[in-house]
Design a protein around this ligand. Structure first.
Ligand code: 13P
Ligand code: SF4
Length: 364
């Protein structure tokens, strides 16, 4: 996904959303009290034998026939022992394709729910229940219902960063890799887009449909500033700058390329450029650096980490396997409804045959 066109960037907050945002911020303060210490611990923990824990995990994984999936943003020691590293959709697809009935999902809560929605017959373990996503928390079912009431009859495109209950009340899902294609496939000249405003505004550059975005954001990607890119260009005029579409429109305007996380991994491998700077979560920058040792891989601005992702420690993965916790449960009726927007997305982005292979139970 790339663009050179500028977009209109009007504030979209109305009174209702401001009220909702305030409630959300109160929730964050509470959440930070629980997640903050875990994050700091995970980053600074000393005196643990990582190798030994990794070996225990690998032994137990074999004994129990488990599959370990790691999101791109996990700590390096977790990525090292994973069977597969990828973005949220790639991981849900991997889980469905694998014969394993036990999945240890190292990522955040909405992603683990997504795995359960696609493969309800499997046991899905999330090593830390507190690992949520600030952006996904910015909309819930009652807020979505109010949004839909206000814009009656308009279809809802939900970004994959949403809870299963929110997906269940949306028309079609999208990821950052296919958002433009999915919105264009919707037969309506106006579309509600939740929860990421930046991604919604990015899609707006490519379609004449009017996008009405929810005012959510990612507190990792939204923190990159245009000055970070300007400074990087001064220091490294030969670097190509790649940003995630969850970045602000002002940052996107200054980038050379805009790619989803999966797109960034592919671009780094395939490009002839030998110096690339990324504006995304640092775990992914580290993965790209590891996989492309011959290239210079830089972070735009100061390295930024997702506290939710980084609250999962290698010991938590071991405990998850030992005690088979925390099991992700999604009510049956929500699973049935949440599959529909996911199936619609996959039919458009990957075709019907692919959907038949992945979803064992017919839902449409
Ligand atoms: P992916 O769907 O690319 O994994 O991204 C999710 C996310 O949280 C991006 O910040
Ligand atoms: Fe959510 Fe942003 Fe963390 Fe991704 S990086 S999980 S969008 S808070």
């Amino acid at each position: 996904m790339e663009s050179k066109e500028k977009t209109e960037n009007k504030p979209l907050l109305d009174e209702e959303q401001v009220k909702y945002a305030r409630e959300i911020f109160k929730g964050y303060a509470e959440k930070w009290k629980r997640i903050g210490p875990l994050f700091i611990k995970a980053k600074s923990e000393k005196g643990i034998d990582v190798k030994e824990i990794q070996n225990k995990i690998l032994r137990l994984k074999k004994e129990k026939g488990a599959l370990i999936l790691s999101h791109n943003y996990m700590l390096p020691e977790i990525q090292e022992i994973a069977d597969f590293i990828g973005d949220s959709l790639e991981l849900a697809i991997k889980a469905a394709e694998s014969p394993n009935d036990l999945i240890v999902f190292c990522g955040v809560h909405f992603m683990a729910e997504g795995v359960k929605v696609v493969s309800p017959e499997k046991i899905v373990l999330l090593p830390r229940l507190e690992a949520g996503c600030f952006m996904a928390d910015m909309i819930n079912i009652s807020a979505l219902r109010k949004f839909k009431e206000k814009y009656q009859g308009l279809p809802v495109v939900c970004y994959i960063n949403t809870d299963a209950a929110v997906k269940a009340e949306s028309d079609i899902c999208c990821t950052s890799a296919n958002a433009v294609q999915i919105v264009k496939s919707v037969n309506s000249d106006q579309v509600l887009f939740i929860p990421d405003r930046n991604l919604g505004l990015y899609v707006q550059r490519f379609t004449s449909q009017k996008i009405i975005p929810w005012d959510g954001w990612c507190n990792v990607h939204h923190r990159f500033r245009p000055e970070d890119i300007q400074k990087l260009r001064e220091q490294h005029p030969d670097a190509v700058v790649v940003v995630h579409p969850e970045c602000s429109p002002e940052v996107i305007d200054l980038a050379d390329h805009v790619f989803s996380t999966g797109g960034m991994v592919r671009f780094a491998k395939e490009t002839k450029h030998s110096k690339i700077a990324f504006a995304t979560e640092e775990g992914l920058v580290e993965r790209i650096r590891r996989e492309n040792p011959e290239k210079t891989i830089l972070s735009v601005g100061s390295p930024k980490t997702c506290v939710n992702m980084k609250s999962i420690r290698i010991q938590d993965v071991l405990t998850a396997l030992e005690e088979e916790k925390y099991k992700i449960d999604v009510p049956e009726d929500i699973i049935e409804k949440a599959r529909i927007p996911l199936i619609r997305m996959l039919e458009i982005s990957k075709g019907r045959d692919f959907v038949k292979q992945i979803f064992h139970r017919a839902a449409l």
